[in-house]
Design a protein around this ligand. Structure first.
Ligand SMILES: Cc1cc2nc3c(=O)[nH]c(=O)nc-3n(C[C@H](O)[C@H](O)[C@H](O)COP(=O)(O)OP(=O)(O)OC[C@H]3O[C@@H](n4cnc5c(N)ncnc54)[C@H](O)[C@@H]3O)c2cc1C
Ligand code: FES
Length: 281
């Protein structure tokens, strides 16, 4: 799971095969005829024919985690979970079947195995917040395929800012929502707190993706309890492949890492904070 899959050179033009609503989000599917099977945690730089239109925005491709990757008749079906928050995501959310989706990827470092993250960790606890549930959907499927025990906790702000549950292909997800429309009313980190109270907390590594405040809470909770954790960080990226240094984040022991090539997954104890300016959903 932790072997980085390298992207073929250059940008590929893929055909959109579906675009459906998933709660308040969209799931855009495209047929990748040439690309390799991505690993959970990897991402793609996406754009459409309408990029750089009137007003020039958006200009650069945008980064998106791959939420599902399934063999299809003539290649690989890639699913992306999209929340329309700006010009690029609005264009992606409006794609129709048959439209072109330009992509580069898979990029970045995938999630690590539980045993690589924590001594004695044989299982996984997945903690997702908002649109950050996307990479965890592919991770859950991959862990299930390999028989790795796992539990999934997902939190959402409200109904409009939620979705993607069906991508997990699992009926045992525990949810939390701030408005109480699903599951526990409150934060997903409250569910994690209860779970980490258990005697066997250290037998599983925690994997998290979501807004910076959620990631920081997960980082601190796991550090206090000596539980291994890996965070998928969604700091804004300009190039996505290591050349612009726009995604650099400070490391706990000094220096910086570029999240697009050294991440976006990062062991929680490597960074000094998950509260990175400008990142979030
Ligand atoms: C590795 C990675 C994986 C990701 N995966 C996903 C995913 O699976 N799904 C997903 O939906 N997103 C994902 N993202 C986030 C996505 O890439 C960003 O949200 C993207 O920048 C959106 O592009 P945009 O053109 O729509 O909005 P942008 O123009 O980039 O704007 C983003 C937000 O900032 C606000 N904003 C922009 N300019 C300003 C300004 N000057 N002042 C104040 N606010 C401003 C916008 O209103 C908007 O809310 C991921 C990011 C990374 C790095
Ligand atoms: S986004 Fe350019 S170096 Fe990471």
């Amino acid at each position: 799971m932790s072997d980085r899959v390298l992207a073929p050179f250059g940008r590929r033009c893929c055909e959109v095969s579906a675009n459906r609503a998933s709660g308040g989000y969209r799931v855009v599917s495209a047929l990748d005829r040439e690309g390799p099977q991505p690993q959970p945690g990897q991402f793609y730089m996406l754009s459409t024919d309408a990029w750089g239109g009137p007003g020039g925005r958006p200009y650069l491709p945008r980064a998106f985690s791959v939420a599902a990757a399934e063999p299809a008749r003539e290649g690989l079906r890639l699913d992306f979970l999209i929340e329309a928050v700006g010009p690029g995501t609005a264009l992606l959310a409006g794609l129709d079947s048959g439209d072109s989706l330009h992509l580069t990827g898979p990029l970045g470092r995938p999630f690590s195995d539980p045993g690589e993250l924590g001594k004695g960790a044989a299982g996984a606890v997945l903690v997702g917040g908002g649109i950050g549930v996307a990479p965890l959907a592919l991770l859950r499927r991959e862990l299930a395929r390999r028989g790795v025990p796992q539990r999934t906790l997902l939190g959402f702000r409200d109904r409009a800012h939620s979705g993607g549950l069906e991508l997990f292909d699992c009926s045992e997800i525990r949810t939390a929502s701030e408005d109480g429309h699903t599951g526990h009313q409150g934060y997903v980190t409250e569910l994690l707190g209860v779970l980490l109270e258990g005697d066997d907390a250290r037998s599983a590594a925690v994997y998290a993706c979501g807004p910076p405040a959620m990631l920081e809470a997960v980082r601190l909770m796991c550090a206090e309890r000596g539980v291994a954790a890996e965070l998928a960080m969604e700091t804004p990226m300009a190039c996505g492949f290591g050349s612009c240094f726009g995604c650099a984040v400070p490391l706990a022991d000094g220096g910086y890492m570029r999240l697009c090539v050294d991440g976006p997954t990062v062991a929680a104890d490597r960074i000094e904070s998950a509260l990175i300016a400008g990142s979030g959903h």
